[in-house]
Design a protein. Structure first.
Length: 262
């Protein structure tokens, strides 16, 4: 059985995902709602992301931190004036606290979700940089039999796990099931554009739709919406939703959560 899939998307009041400026802090501040095990993203979303770096930057050796220096011993006058000279045990406690801080950072990385990239065509070539970001513990790629062999070599060279699932395109249902089987993924949040959202919705793989509506109208005739898919040929393809939450947020934003009726 595939894991639970949540589409969490920032849209304008007319459902567009382009031109307006979403409240990024508000959008990502809602993520704790779901305690996701994996973030699912399409290759186009990663390629369009601003400010991304290269594999060379991520793999470049980091300079070693300077060794900590001990403070000079305090004299008797300093102690008599209210100085707080610490015992060796207390100093060891300080070192443990300092070490524990780094340990918490490492633990946060371990507990972070996986970044799962759908990339049948082998387009994203800076995955070491994405893996180095603190938001995810590792990267997994969903490929197909049509994925270029040099891209698979690239993934193996970085020791990045991948699944070959599907003939010409990635079989998303099988991919989600593989994530649950191998990594124990129970909850997936989709952070992507309208195309991947559309495929997931049309294949009946989405369990919840979360929309953060910005107080803006974009208009236009292009199909840059949060749900891009071929036009329906019959009303039976309409996806019914059940409202489970509606709330006004900061800055006149509205947060809507829907359960997908199956």
């Amino acid at each position: 059985m595939p894991p639970k899939v949540i589409l969490h998307t920032a849209v304008s009041a007319d459902g567009r995902i382009d031109w307006f400026a979403p409240d990024v802090g508000l959008f990502y501040g809602l993520l704790a709602t779901w305690d996701e095990d994996a973030t699912l993203a399409g290759s186009e979303t990663l390629l369009r992301a601003p400010g991304q770096g290269t594999d060379e930057e991520a793999l470049r050796p980091k300079p070693e931190a300077d060794a900590p220096t001990e403070a000079p011993p305090k004299d008797k006058d300093a102690k008599d004036a209210g100085g707080d000279e610490k015992t060796p045990g207390e100093k060891a406690g300080d070192a443990a606290i300092s070490k524990d801080t780094g340990g918490r950072e490492d633990q946060a990385k371990v507990l972070a979700p996986l970044l799962v990239v759908v990339d049948s065509r082998g387009r994203v070539r800076n995955l070491a940089w994405w893996r180095s970001q603190p938001y995810w513990r590792d990267v997994v790629v969903l490929c197909s039999q049509a994925t270029p062999s040099d891209y698979l070599d690239y993934l193996r060279g970085l020791n990045i796990s991948y699944f070959i699932i599907g003939r010409d395109k990635v079989d998303l249902r099988a991919g989600l099931e593989a994530l649950e089987l191998k990594y124990g993924v129970k909850t997936v949040r989709v952070d992507s554009g309208g195309t991947l959202n559309g495929v997931l919705l049309r294949e009946g793989l989405v369990d919840e739709v979360s929309l953060l509506l910005s107080p803006a109208l974009v208009g236009g005739t292009s199909q840059r919406s949060c749900f891009r898919a071929p036009d329906l040929t019959a009303p039976g393809g309409v996806i019914q939703l059940r409202l489970i939450h509606a709330g006004r947020m900061d800055g006149d934003h509205v947060w809507l959560r829907y359960e997908v009726v199956k």
